[in-house]
Design a protein around this ligand. Structure first.
Ligand code: UGA
Length: 472
């Protein structure tokens, strides 16, 4: 199948590379000449497992880059729109990029095409894309508009694409659904998984994944509702964590208890400093705006967002209660990315917290395994960027863990303790067991658990006994 993917951002690039790996001929179109030149010369703009391998394998073969949308449309049977849908000031999704692509596709159309929304868009967008294309001269029979939302997580986007829990195909006509089914047949039929060089399966992969065929509107809603539900799970567990702190319960025990109910499930129940990233915050406000426009006041989402923001304030209160005053204190920070395994700092709760600490007069020394370059752009001269966790801890009044990087869960604790001014750790991601930290001589604050402080009579243990990092 010849496929055009418009937009070489996160979703477009991963989808394009994965479609090529499924055996399709892909043209990835972007109007940013510099981005195209970078991709053509082999640069990989995002930190994503398996993506460099797929790009190397298919670049110039089944995956080509172009700035000419009209030519790419004419050469393709399916056009996936994967351009940005940033939030407006009112929190709605700005669909002007989607609209301009729809206009250009309409002008170039030369035979039946399926135009597929891949970006996260509000319900009704498929109707609007169709209207815009008709207004710009496309014949009603020459195209269908479909919605094929993605459920990729940053860091595991390639395996999420190739080993999905489900593939949602929102198509209002059978000929359009048939074409989409054909595109995903290597996954739903299972042939991809036995092909040589297939990206290895993650644990518990559903092979082959089911395709769920729905109307385009339902598919649009599935995407927004999925992200809102996941964010709700996180805010729910963060609210429960606050109660645990008040009553002296342990949020992990509570989560084990509730997560083993198969109707609830254990995933996305890790408490922390709140969700961030380029998707949840933006999609929740957009979904709330869509609901309001449809006449439904989705106040549950307001509360999910409120709890998420409050979670950062609660964490700051913990830092204050550990240090009393903040001005002039030296704070070591581990983690700047919005979650582990990525260099993305968009809406990162870690960055927001660092900005507040700097504003309060703290001297911050920060380390992140991947996100320092991006963080430098927003934190500029306010923060000292250091080369490893031990440098961040050096001379610190307190060390904060803000991102769930696996390497932060296996620190050499005696070395950390020896280098700090005071052995105080405030862990926003619960990477350690309080008793372990207490045994190593730390005063240890975490989320939804009691603060652990060393018994002054007991000398600190010498060997670290870390807990395994919790998977988000
Ligand atoms: C999210 C969804 O998980 C994807 O399914 C979706 O495709 C994507 O948004 C999107 O719409 O494009 P992503 O933003 O990459 O993916 O990251 P997640 O792994 O979902 O994490 C989001 C945030 O929630 C992070 O800040 C993470 O630290 C936090 N989180 C996650 C928790 O605080 N607790 C958890 O249990 C899980």
């Amino acid at each position: 199948m010849r496929i055009c993917v418009v937009g070489s951002g996160y979703v477009g690039l991963v989808a394009g590379a994965c479609f090529a790996d499924l055996g399709h001929e892909v043209i990835l179109v972007d109007n940013d000449a510099q981005k195209l030149a970078d991709l053509q010369s082999g640069r990989v703009p995002i930190h994503e497992k398996f993506l460099p391998e797929l790009l190397t394998r298919h670049r110039g073969q089944r995956l080509n880059f172009s700035g000419n949308l009209a030519d790419a449309v004419r050469a393709s049977s399916a056009i996936f729109i994967a351009v940005g849908t940033p939030p407006t000031n009112a929190g709605e999704a700005d669909l002007s990029y989607v609209e301009s692509v729809a206009r250009e596709v309409a002008c170039a159309i030369n035979g039946y095409k399926v135009v597929v929304e891949k970006s996260t868009v509000p319900v009704y967008t498929s109707n609007w894309v169709r209207t815009v294309m008709l207004r710009n001269g496309a014949e009603p029979d020459s195209f269908d508009v479909a919605s094929n939302p993605e459920f990729l997580r940053e860091g595991t986007a390639v395996t999420d694409f190739l080993y999905p829990d489900r593939i949602v195909l929102g198509a209002d006509h059978e000929r359009c659904a048939a074409l989409l089914r054909e595109i995903y047949a290597p996954l739903t039929g299972g042939s991809y998984y036995s092909s040589p060089g297939a990206v290895p399966a993650p644990q518990n992969a559903k092979i082959p994944p089911p395709a769920i065929v729905t109307s385009a509107k339902s598919a649009e809603l599935i995407k927004h509702a999925s992200n809102a539900f996941l964010a709700m799970k996180i805010s729910f567990v963060n609210a429960v964590a606050s109660i645990c702190e008040s009553v002296g319960a342990d949020v992990h025990q509570v989560c084990q208890g509730i997560g083993s109910d198969s109707r609830i499930g254990p995933r996305f129940l890790s408490p922390g400093i709140g969700y961030g990233g380029s998707c949840f915050p933006k999609d929740l406000t957009a979904f709330r705006a869509v609901a309001r426009e449809c006449g439904y006041d989705f106040r549950l989402l307001d509360e999910v967002i409120r709890i998420n923001e409050e979670q950062r304030q609660r964490f700051l209160r913990k830092v204050r209660s550990a240090l009393w005053t903040l001005r002039g204190k030296r704070i070591g920070v581990l983690g700047l990315a919005f979650k582990g395994g990525t260099d993305d700092i968009r809406e990162s709760p870690a960055v927001l917290l660092v900005q507040t600490l700097v504003h309060e007069g703290c001297a911050v020394a920060a380390f992140d395994p991947a996100a320092m370059d991006r963080a430098r752009d927003v934190l500029s001269n306010d923060v000292e960027f250091v080369g490893d966790p031990y440098e961040a801890a050096s001379g610190a009044d307190a060390l904060l863990i803000l991102t769930e990087w696996e390497e932060f869960a296996v620190l050499d604790l005696p070395r950390i303790r020896a280098t700090m001014k005071y052995p105080i750790i405030v862990d926003g991601r619960n990477l350690y067991h309080p008793e372990t930290m207490k045994a190593h001589g730390f005063t240890y604050y975490s989320v939804g658990r009691q603060t652990a402080a060393p018994d002054l009579a007991t000398p600190p243990a010498t060997e670290p006994q870390n807990l395994k990092v919790k998977k988000a």
